[in-house]
Design a protein around this ligand. Sequence first.
Ligand code: ASP
Length: 300
Amino acid sequence: MSKSSKAKKSSNKIWALALHGGASTGASKNDKHAEKFMENLLKEGGKMLGEGASAVETVKAMVTELEACGLYLAGKGAAPNKNGEFELDAAIMDGESRLAGSVAGLKGFKSPVNVANLVMRETPHVMLVGDGAIEFAAKQKCKKVKNPEDYYTPVKYDLFDLDERKMTGTVGAVALDIEGQLAAATSTGGAPDKLAGRVGDCPIIGSGTWADERVAVSCTGMGEYFIRANAAAEVSARIHYERTSLDVATRAVIEDVVYLGGQGGLISIDKLGRIAMPFASGSMSRGSIHSNGELLVATI
Ligand code: ASP
């Protein structure tokens, strides 16, 4: 299923890309800086897709950069768990083949989404956790974090109007390529102050991350609720069985999360390149770019 990263012949077909940097409780003084970063990243990803990159290689590249930038509570910006350890989750899914890879509670590697991608490509499995994930990542020569205390720079939010900014930080990408293929990827440091061993929705295929022939979805918010709503796959199921639009399906899924008591949002793209990014939280860092020239970046 692997597709060349070399540019395929470009065509007039549509492509689309959406990114998120986490759902949160409100506005922060960091938002403008993060929005500029996301705008540039969207342009970079749009260029990749326009030149023929596949959806799956594009979402991997986007999430790798979101992990490395230190602006979000994922990758470099992740926060430690209650034991002071950095345990990270990530997933990637290719819609065409429905191949998927994920890691949970990964310790000691710079790019969890890269490890998830290798799980998808190099093993017959979907998910690796704990020591097995570490052993696999080391064998694959993934880049290590030598000294966690020096490498990680947990994001501190400088709030305008709230005492505490909560539940922010997951990063994600969804894309439609010019061949009409969809893909999704998500990466997170998880919920701030989580218990050791806690796994959120992000690496659970169907809960926080999903891509098939209909739609690609990446979620953010209180992961426990997204797991219980099976949120990401539910978007596809609603489109499939209810013959409904992306907009209606995604809003219904977020309503279900809220019904259960949760908050958060998602980004999604369907096979026609329609984009929906609903959220039910104070804010959700998000952006999208489309081959029709539309570019959007927003937080509130
Ligand atoms: N969904 C993530 C988790 O629960 C957190 C987030 O989106 O900020 O692990």
